[in-house]
Design a protein around this ligand. Structure first.
Ligand SMILES: [Fe+2]
Length: 477
């Protein structure tokens, strides 16, 4: 059966001739909010072929970081590849050398025979006075925060090594400057969640281990004032399969919904397990926020009925995607049970939830996601909606991109320092027919009106994943 293509020319976004560059943005339609001062960072998979050999999965492309610096003189754009071990080795060889998440090559290599050499392509966060770029697993890489030049692999003072389980979703507590992260040990006999806490100076405070039933793939975690929350869904990695020649990580993952999902909760103080609460048999890639209220832990997530990684075939993305929805779990940790499960009515496939960072780990109402308008239909599709949802409302505010225009980049919230509610939400737009790239700025509380400013790029860049914003310190020139 021929399927309708709901994302015509999307393949152009995965075959770009990318150059490292830095220039002042000259073409600005609309007005950049005057309060924006600081740097927006974005990371995502960019390079999908080398020496004529192609990567077939969205998670495979080598990471490229983009930055938009907002200052008195305007907006400056910079983009550079993360010059990781994988990138430099393969550039020198002129072909792929390492096995990727969803693509295997003849005679390809695994790191120490057990792990992928990271393409460092998922996220980028300011931390410890520097800038760190992360891949799905493995150590982050330190970049120059201004030029984006790659400095070195960041081993936290040699407390971690290249095969330490370490996820892409490190979480910096903006109040304390501490960094938390987690990783999964995929041992078949003793699988566990490892939790890390680092001091504001980057010293390892603890590394704890919480045993789980099976070696499950987990991508994100949450941080409340007292707890670390990890949504462990039974997407099980069979290590023995991965170590076979020709098998990819994608081939080695099994969805086993009958095993059930659990919210694993540990104490922030020391990483000790507090509870493992059964929460049905769905899947979550990203958490929205979590906080404590009325003696309960509230954990908000984007939930899907099954994993989504098998929908990341390049360039045929999301052909058979299921719906997604925001779900609020209110948990009684002592009784290890769900007190309440609430959902919001927006049910199209959506991802990349973002909140006002000032409300992380606190009671909050608003969040923003990218959505896919053609979710109900089979066939290729991609993100083409910016959606503002509120827990206090059944109505979502939606901005629909024009036909043939696709959105990328977690729609992060850049706060107005003079107003505790106001902010700008930013995402990318790719015009697939004209092959033009832009960044769109929206009034966070009026996204349906459309962008307040559109920053056109000289050359289009890849549709990326996660972003962050480093505000200019108060009083900085
Ligand atoms: Fe993510």
């Amino acid at each position: 059966m021929t399927q309708t293509d709901h994302a015509p020319l999307l393949e152009n976004a995965f075959a770009l001739d990318l150059r490292e560059d830095s220039y002042a943005i000259e073409e600005v339609a609309g007005e950049v909010p005057a309060y924006l001062r600081g740097t927006y960072y974005l990371n995502g998979p960019a390079l999908f072929s080398r020496g004529g050999q192609k990567y077939r999965h969205w998670l495979d492309g080598d990471g490229m970081v983009c930055a938009l610096r907002f200052d008195d003189g305007g907006v400056t754009f910079t983009n550079r590849f993360v010059h990781s071990t994988k990138f430099t080795d393969e550039q020198a060889a002129g072909r792929p050398l390492y096995r990727a998440f969803g693509t295997a090559f003849e005679d390809d290599r695994l790191l120490r025979g057990v792990a992928l050499q990271s393409p460092v392509n998922v996220s980028v966060y300011p931390a410890f006075g520097t800038l760190l770029a992360f891949g799905e697993q493995g150590l982050p890489w330190e970049l120059d925060p201004v030029t984006l030049e790659t400095r070195r692999e960041y081993s936290f003072g040699d407390r971690l090594n290249p095969i330490s389980p370490f996820s892409a979703h490190a979480n910096v507590d903006l109040d304390t400057g501490e960094l938390y992260n987690f990783g999964i040990s995929f041992s078949a006999r003793r699988p566990c969640v490892q939790i890390y806490r680092f001091s504001p100076a980057g010293e390892l405070v603890y590394r704890s281990r919480v045993a789980i039933e099976a070696p499950c793939s987990v991508h994100d975690f949450g941080l409340s004032a007292t707890y670390v929350t990890v949504y462990v869904a039974p997407y099980v990695l069979r290590m023995e399969q991965l170590m076979e020649r020709g098998a990819t990580l994608m081939d080695s993952l099994d969805w086993q919904p009958q095993q059930g999902s659990r919210m694993v909760v540990a104490r922030r103080l020391d990483g000790a397990q507090v509870a493992q609460v059964p929460i049905g048999n769905a899947y979550s890639l990203h958490q929205i926020n979590c906080f404590e209220e009325g003696g309960h832990l509230v954990a908000d997530v984007i939930e899907l009925d099954r994993p989504v990684y098998d929908q990341y075939d390049v360039p045929q993305l999301f052909t058979d995607v299921r719906r997604a929805q925001a779900v609020r779990y209110v948990l009684d940790l002592e009784a290890e049970r769900v007190v309440e499960r609430r959902t919001l009515p927006y049910r199209a496939m959506c991802d990349f939830p973002a909140i006002d960072p000032r409300l992380a780990a606190r009671h909050y109402d608003d969040f923003w996601v990218l959505g896919i308008s053609a979710s109900e239909h089979a066939g290729r599709k991609f993100f083409d909606q910016l959606v503002h949802q509120r827990w206090s409302s059944e109505e979502a505010a939606i901005w629909q991109a024009p036909a043939g225009h696709y959105l990328g980049g977690e729609p992060i919230f850049m706060a107005d320092p003079a107003d505790d509610r106001r902010g700008t939400v930013i995402c990318q737009q790719f015009d697939a027919e004209r092959q033009r790239g832009a960044f769109l700025l929206f009034d966070a509380h009026d996204v349906a009106r459309g962008p307040v400013a559109e920053l056109a790029l000289r050359r289009p860049v890849h549709l990326a994943f996660h972003a962050s914003f480093q505000p200019e310190p108060a009083g900085a020139a």
